[in-house]
Design a protein around this ligand. Sequence first.
Ligand code: ARG
Length: 578
Amino acid sequence: MACFFRRKVAAQLCRIFGHKEDAFIPAISAIPVSKKQISPDLQLSVSFLVNNGFLSSDGDFKTKTELLARQLKPDGVIEEVIPSRGGIHFRINKIILAKRLLEQLQKDPQGFGVQSELFRGLHGRRTLVEFSSPNIAKKFHAGHLRSTIIGNFISNLKAALRNEVIRVNYLGDWGMQFGLLGAGFQRLGSQDKLRDNPLQHLFDVYVQINREAENDEAIQEAAREFFRCLEQGDEQSLSLWKQFREITIEEYQRIYKRLGVHFDHYSGESFHQKKTLDVLQQLRDRGLLTVTEKGTGVVDVSPAGDMSSYATVQRSDGTSLYITRDIAAALDRKEKYDFDEMIYVTDKSQAVHFRQLFQILQAMQHPWAERCHHVPFGLVQGMSTRRGEVVFLEDVLDEARNRMLRNMNQSRTTKDLDDPEETAEKVGVSALIVQDFQGPITSDYKFDWDRVLQSRGDTGVFLQYTHARLRSLIRMHDGGEETSCDPLHLQDKRSILILQHLLRYDEVLYQCNQELQPRYLVNFLMTLCHLVASAHKELPVKGSSPAVAQARLHLFGGACTVLANGMAILGIKPVDKM
Ligand code: ARG
């Protein structure tokens, strides 16, 4: 939306400097609102003009700014040009601001912000996002939850920006641990338990057999034997393994659904096991594979080519490793999906792994390796539930729901809800997401349920509460038919602050997309909710004249649309009542 206004400034720059308007768009941005007073609406970065050669770098910055400001003229849309310290500020006509913004929100609520010219180059690009990627029979820990919600956010954002998104879950479904699991299941497993509570049962078997294997050479041998059978394609072993895998995917699909997350493909390390031989051959053919004295196969990834850093891609017994499977997986995905960009979301402890992966792909002369990115995130400490340390994703969701339900039961409105459990779950999950997304995702943090679920302060509960309140206001006054909105009635401070804030939405999404960080959007939505809270108090709908009431409803409706859209990108399902 900001496009229309940015273009007005750009058009003037174009008149002064020549060049296309487009050249100036990145220099113009909306000014963040200040609660104290109404600030100007847009700013022009003079440094941008200097850095891009539009203005000479000689001479004093202040004089340059003032000279340029004098050449920029108020017109019907720009009302005032104000030279200031960082650049030049513009005040725009607030009637036009209100009219344009609200009209657009009404006409194309889904397109607001995401249809911006800022994203023109992105339309139709194909992005593969790999995230969540838990390991069969092992713990689903806080790191997997983080990967799930961050990957989901990135996918939602890209999809909102009209990218074609492919969501891939890369399961830990191969490796020696499946030898143990298979041998363990043959001794301790039960098909009944596997049916009734698959994840729990597989986990129990795995923990138990690990314990027993510690001092039991026979079990270790059985595990090795089972894995050997798997690798050689023995049907019976494979069919058991397949059952573990399928049942795990089914369970996860059910639980991901509660989180509002879905995947287009479940792949995994097992798929690429077979292809690793081919990878090793390719590395050999390209002269990239070195066999060490110990008999392992390594690839030199040092800048100087002196082996000061290298990646091991083959064990001395000829078997492949995690990174070999990742090379195979990347090649396979490029061939299958022909992505423009590929994103891996894991905790930061895997940063070296991915750096080496990309270096090897580059050494193999795959130019698209440059468009592979690792999005690393920090560790979460102390996430536990009633049952103790987190082992299953479902436990986290249950805990969030139950705790939230208890909090809600203390509030009056809960009894009016059709399905309090469902609402509690949605609100609980949004609380989890918001607190995780509030800081830079690379930071570690300590998990605390009480802080997460607070209704006061900048929490997911507050976002949901504001959304529900807006929805209820709209429901209460819904006249049904299309009504007009006279922007003359939206010229008070509270209305203007909301409008100015909405003007920034596309830039906020732009920044999220540049850095693949959700916190800009979280902060934007929090500020929106605070502005709405003040407006609720000062701009009553009930009791105002019909024209004023109508205009305010349009404003609140617009704020509600942007709030809901933004929440959806974060991976939050907005509730209508709570
Ligand atoms: N399963 C792995 C883990 O739990 C994460 C997989 C990350 N993705 C990859 N392509 N290596 O640590």
